[in-house]
Design a protein. Structure first.
Length: 155
């Protein structure tokens, strides 16, 4: 009979270990931050205001920085920083700076500063130039789908 007791204990321990292991991936996964910010720096240090004023991605400088939504944003000038501080919703990229095309497909992806679009006075970033090409094929439809997914896909 002691062997049967030992077997039950081993079975119980194994079952507990399996249940714990099955739960760990769910517990270990953290939600994505609201802003794409590698190393805490939003959109790879690119000045979001410059997309609108210079029509191009321009790397900002740390001495012209601002905090917004838990990330540090860099700007090319104090003027751009102040414009952003006054109206961040006008300049911050949609979907937290994550790939807009990926958001339309239901997931998050990092972005590259040179894969961008301004559409109806909003900045959209993409993971790469190919994603931007796919995004461009149906911008209104992709925005509708991405808005339906956002921000739930961060969880």
């Amino acid at each position: 009979m002691p062997q049967l007791h030992q077997t039950r204990r081993a079975l119980l321990a194994s079952a507990t270990a399996l249940l714990t292991a099955a739960a760990l991936p769910h517990l270990a996964l953290a939600a994505e931050p609201r802003i794409f910010a590698e190393g805490g720096i939003a959109i790879n240090g690119t000045d979001p205001v410059a997309y609108f004023t210079q029509g191009a991605p321009v790397v900002g400088k740390p001495e012209f920085s601002a905090e917004y939504m838990g990330a540090t944003w860099h700007f090319i000038s104090a003027e751009n920083r102040d414009r952003f501080r006054d109206a961040p919703e006008e300049f911050a990229p949609q979907f937290g700076g994550y790939c807009a095309y990926a958001a339309a497909k239901g997931y998050v992806a990092p972005t590259q500063p040179d894969a961008w679009t301004i559409y109806e006075d909003k900045l959209y970033l993409n993971a790469n130039l190919r994603a931007r090409e796919l995004w461009s094929q149906d911008i209104p439809g992709h925005i509708t789908r991405a808005n339906a997914n956002w921000p739930g896909i961060l969880d």
